[in-house]
Design a protein. Structure first.
Length: 705
């Protein structure tokens, strides 16, 4: 054997990366990561196996050529280690063969192994023997005794291997990199307690603030309970955000957990929530991770690095980022998964989890709780009933608020009224009777019709036809007008329904899912400052549309609930019964994802599990901020920044279009492809009020970003 075998070309130090040292370093690190879920032996063996194929002299020749900037034929190496240790690893060999390119199906592995390059496999065998690697079958956690749990163990072990490999390679290439230098969880818990206590003491006496104090104390009292599944059922405006975080941090402190991960379906709530957390902890101590965020390139890129593997103790992310990573096949997405183990996971607005994916979603949560030391908190004002879908440990989650009904009685600030069928003109007339009012619709088309019918120059419009920066500007204008007592009539799609701190005296909602109606009602008399209850007007819109599938089923179920429970639509028992009926009327594993998981078909699972349909493409609205956008594009054209970094910087200016819409826009000249970057640019009409007009993208899907 050639003793001078290397894993990587020289890094910043000028030294080559010794192959044996790399395999052993990755092995120890992966074992440490996997120890959190009782799989340290698995992690150790994966680390030893992952780069054995690099002992092939052809790969060594490739490295030498690369170091001299010469072209050389690539030599796939992952097959070597996966074949050499296939007997000991079994299906876990998928983690080795996929550590660069991604997890593959077990059937595909069998085919690849049967046709593996014999020279690479022989070199891997000889190298393993030369450095004294004598593998034995690792002891697996008892939790991996059924196909679904075995599938998740492979994912988590894959994550431990990938992160260890990336970190050791990074250390070789770049030297010491600032990572993970955050305060311990107990410091976060202490800071939050001090902040919340000061805020509570200074708050004026009111029914709303009294309820918030009670919610906070209940969360503190529950923090010491054993790990598992919890529910926080609190009316809108009841202080869920900071009280839920209080539970999470203090629970993590009690049980010596590593981090708190807050997952939210709406970017509007994420930005708002992250702002609150920043006030308490400072921006340097939280990781806000979602597609609309532009990481600033500071000296050590700490937040950007933390986004790669979630090593920060407090993370705010999207529901999409969380669950699609948990069901992904890609190394870059799966890298963070092992850091979800031994954490508290706060799921905000859980009623937004798509019904057709619910069986897989809840099963993954069950696995995190049972096998990976995770506590899950389901937080919302409209708590779903999962008794027919989820495992008992989820459907019977511990309710932090002993009697939620009392809170809803105490915070009753809104009355519901059903106004029958109204035309767009009649809705506009009703809005004009109020100085400040909010109207919410199921589709952009319906919202635009009512906005036009208003003929009010001061009216505002909000939907995903507006780019993100434009939507934020509209919300800022709404809040300013509301606080100054100026006229403010806002016509919106569902983007305003949850998490946005607005407080209108009256709201209007086109017939929609019951949980959506209640969320809109939460934007009415939010602080309880009116002498009389606010009014939530529910109506059928003449010619009104709605998305198909579960959304339309939900509307039909809502109609029957309104007939029976118009005076108490927001009560927990009514919400629970509604969701129970919805899930019984919906195929909760409509794509047979669980079957793909059982068969260890990782590519198929990743393809099927999509919280948002992937048939949309982002188009950057050039006219919204032309100077800034053109500067970013020019920087990519000249090679000064990467397209990936540019995409983050330009995400506030994008609107998503269906693929057929984009094709039509390109044909008509309204959009064009910027070849050097690969970005589509919207160069057609962009209305200062309505954004991209005529676009028929279904807003319920766009809400989850």
């Amino acid at each position: 054997m050639n003793k001078n075998l290397y894993a990587h070309t020289p890094g910043n130090s000028g030294s080559w990366h010794d192959l044996e040292q790399h395999c052993r370093a990755v092995s120890e690190m992966a074992a440490e990561f996997a120890a959190k879920f009782d799989a340290s032996e698995v992690g150790r063996l994966l680390g030893l196996a992952h780069d054995l194929g690099k002992a092939d002299q052809r790969f060594q020749n490739y490295l030498k050529a690369a170091s001299e900037n010469r072209q050389a034929e690539r030599c796939p190496h992952a097959i070597g280690g996966s074949c050499v240790m296939a007997k000991e690893l079994g299906p876990l060999a998928l983690a080795v063969i996929g550590h660069h390119t991604g997890l593959i199906a077990i059937d595909e592995f069998s085919v690849r192994a049967a046709s593996a390059d014999s020279q690479t496999v022989k070199a891997a065998q000889d190298f393993a023997a030369a450095i004294g690697i004598h593998p034995k079958r690792p002891t697996l956690p008892t939790s991996a005794n059924n196909p679904l749990d075995a599938e998740m163990l492979i994912r988590m072990s894959f994550s431990a291997l990938v992160d260890a490999d990336y970190l050791d390679t990074e250390h070789h290439m770049r030297g010491n990199v600032t990572r993970g230098k955050y305060p311990p969880v107990k410091d976060y818990a202490g800071q939050l307690r001090e902040y919340v206590d000061q805020k509570t003491e200074s708050a004026k006496l009111s029914t709303v603030n009294e309820v918030r104090r009670g919610v906070l104390e209940a969360c503190r009292g529950a923090a010491g309970k054993p790990q598992g599944a919890f529910r926080l059922t609190v009316p809108t405006g009841g202080g869920k955000t900071l009280s839920g975080l209080t539970f999470a941090l203090e629970h993590a402190q009690v049980h010596n957990l590593d981090r708190v991960i807050v997952a939210i379906p709406f970017t509007s709530i994420i930005e708002q929530t992250a702002d609150q957390y920043t006030t308490v902890f400072g921006s340097e101590n939280i990781l806000e991770h979602h597609s609309a965020l532009d990481f600033e390139e500071d000296d050590d890129c700490t937040r950007q690095l933390s986004a790669e593997n979630w090593d920060c103790p407090l993370i705010v992310t999207t529901t999409v980022q969380l669950f699609e990573s948990l069901l992904s096949k890609r190394p870059s997405h799966c890298r963070k998964l092992h850091n979800i183990a031994r954490s508290v996971l706060v799921l905000d607005e859980v009623q937004m989890l798509p019904p057709h994916l619910l069986e897989t979603t809840l099963d993954v949560l069950r696995q995190l709780i049972e096998c990976y030391g995770v506590t899950v908190l389901f937080s919302t004002a409209t708590q779903p009933d999962w008794s027919d879908v989820g495992a008992p440990l989820i459907s019977e989650a511990v309710e932090i608020i002993a009697e939620p009904k009392k809170l809803f009685d105490q915070l009753r600030r809104v009355q519901y009224s059903f106004d029958g069928t109204l035309t767009p003109e009649q809705v506009a007339t009703a809005l004009l009777e109020h100085t400040q009012a909010l109207a919410v619709f199921n589709t952009k088309k319906d919202a635009a019709l009512v906005y036009d019918a208003l003929e009010d120059s001061d009216a505002l419009y909000l939907s995903t036809s507006l780019c993100g920066a434009h939507r934020r500007k509209v919300l800022e204008a709404v809040k300013a007008r509301m606080s100054e007592g100026k006229p403010c009539r806002l016509v919106s799609t569902q983007v305003v329904e949850a998490g946005v701190d607005l407080d209108f005296p009256v709201v209007f909602r086109a017939m929609g899912p019951l949980s959506s109606i209640v969320q809109v009602a939460g934007r009415c008399n939010r602080e309880g400052n009116q002498s009389e209850p606010g009014i939530c007007h529910i109506f059928e819109l003449t010619g009104g549309g709605s998305p198909k599938g579960a959304y339309r089923t939900a509307i039909d179920l809502t109609r029957s609930r309104i007939d029976r429970d118009i005076k108490r639509l927001d009560m927990p028992d009514v919400q629970s019964a509604y969701f129970h009926d919805l899930y019984r009327s919906t195929a909760t594993d409509a794509k047979n994802i669980q079957q793909s998981r059982e068969r260890l078909n990782y590519p198929k699972t990743a393809e099927l599990y999509r919280l948002i349909d992937k048939n949309t493409t982002a188009a950057i609205v050039l006219s919204y901020a032309p100077k800034k956008i053109e500067q970013v594009l020019a920087a990519v054209h000249h090679g000064n920044i990467s397209p990936r970094y540019a995409a983050r910087k330009l995400s506030p200016y994008q609107v998503n279009l269906f693929e057929h819409q984009l094709r039509k826009a390109v044909q008509s000249g309204d959009a064009r492809l910027d070849e050097p970057t690969g970005f589509y640019l919207w160069i057609g009409l962009y209305d200062k009020n309505l954004g991209i007009s005529g676009s028929q993208i279904a807003d319920p899907s766009d809400l989850i970003i």
